[in-house]
Design a protein around this ligand. Structure first.
Ligand SMILES: [Cu+2]
Length: 138
């Protein structure tokens, strides 16, 4: 009974394919897609005695590349206050110079601050808000 067998096999195969397709689809939908870590680049201009911009946004789990561009007449530096503590810019920047550093551990999301640790520059106005946003999922 090859003809009957053939007609029996074909629907079964189709049903199997449908079940497999549905399983694959369900599997695909249940996977949480996470974007690769975001890299944020910002140029922070330092003058005597302010930073511009005064607000920096970055993404938790990503990296933050900061170019500190000192256009003031005095040496300036930078410290980031993050969820786990303060992280210094590795060097102070002399007047007229630019230095870029990359911060790879931004800690948890939240609203933090950054400031210039040189003398009393923070009190003179050299500070800003650092917003670490939660990594996006979709
Ligand atoms: Cu300063």
């Amino acid at each position: 009974m090859p003809a009957t067998g053939g007609t029996c096999v074909a629907p079964n195969t189709a049903v199997t394919r449908t079940i497999l397709a549905a399983a694959v689809l369900v599997g695909a939908l249940s996977v949480v897609h996470v974007d690769p870590p975001a890299e944020t680049r910002v140029t922070l201009v330092a003058t005597d005695y302010a930073f511009s911009p005064t607000e920096i946004h970055a993404v938790a789990g990503g990296s933050l590349a900061i170019t500190l561009d000192n256009r003031g007449a005095h040496t300036h530096g930078l410290r980031l206050v993050l969820s786990y503590g303060e992280v210094p810019f590795p060097q102070n920047v002399p007047p007229g110079q630019k230095v870029t550093e990359v911060f790879n551990d931004l800690g948890s999301s939240g609203r933090f601050r950054f400031y210039c640790p040189v003398e009393d520059d923070d009190a003179r106005g050299m500070h800003g808000t650092l917003i670490i946003e939660a990594a996006k999922t979709k």
